[in-house]
Design a protein around this ligand. Sequence first.
Ligand code: SAM
Length: 337
Amino acid sequence: MQPTVRPRGALVDTFGRVATDLRVSVTDRCNLRCSYCMPAEGLDWLPKPQLLTFEELTRLVRIAVGLGVTTVRLTGGEPLLRRGLPELVAQIAALDPRPRIAMTTNGLGLDRLAQPLADAGLDRVNVSLDTIDREAFARLTRRDRLDDVITGLQAAAHAGLTPVKVNAVAMRGFNDESVADLLAWCLERGYELRFIEQMPLDAQHQWDRASMVTQAEVLERLAERFTLTPTGPTVRGSAPAETWLVDGGPARVGVIASVSKPFCGTCDRMRLTADGQLRNCLFARSESDLRGPLRSGASDAELGAQMQRLMLAKKAGHGIDEPSFLQPQRPMSAIGG
Ligand code: SAM
């Protein structure tokens, strides 16, 4: 029988940062092929037996919640591809204390799943949509599914998964010249838009610092059509996005400048991959295997202590600008964004 000793303390690193936000990838599979994330074809999926079951995932989330995690974000791959996802949300929502539950999705399938997910306890969603131009969407994602994403967004708002946020990666030659169109479209529908700088996390290793679209460039383009007023550091807290009021507010737009203005000093995130590997940074080159101990009888206290040890080893920064920087072995789709 397993000892019932619970882990104690919090997830703290040597720089005093505390992890309160756990990103949980539920699958590495995806039904889009965004060029900044995946190759057109030829990426192997994780073998099914390696994927954590909902019971295993919920147990690890419960342990993390016991160590101070207050927000759980389900991601992937495409989380909606994981069969029975509302059941996982219900299991996490039944934890005490109950964490806030969010999800990052490409929106495909949300038309069917938004309401069951909301009923199960999902609090809100971020839907990834880089452009509202059909041709550019199809080129960027390599799938002609713009209408389905838009239907998914509408369903999310209808199910009360608000504020509905839209994530967009600005990509040169695809959507860099139309960022203001996307903002106007989101404002009209009440969606909060956040641009994300392209990071070196693509499976093909084609990221190029010189051609990526920076926060400064996005803001310059938006300012051609809108008046942007910074909301300042108090509003931002530990959020990855820096935000601006649009035309005096209350609507806002955000930019996550992970490359040009890293915010590692306030990072409060840890990541659990679909195959049970814990990561203390998106760009970490090593992981802590929780699946092995979990399946060979480790106690909650042992798993919690392992989480704490990994957090303690978190580096000061992601190091993208250092000459020694090496992209992590896993692409973004297998880590969980
Ligand atoms: N499939 C879901 C989706 O599309 O939102 C969840 C997983 S996806 C990896 C999570 C987020 O990471 C998306 O908003 C996506 O645009 C972003 N992303 C993927 N690769 C990226 C990269 N190389 N740089 C910046 N953001 C990236």
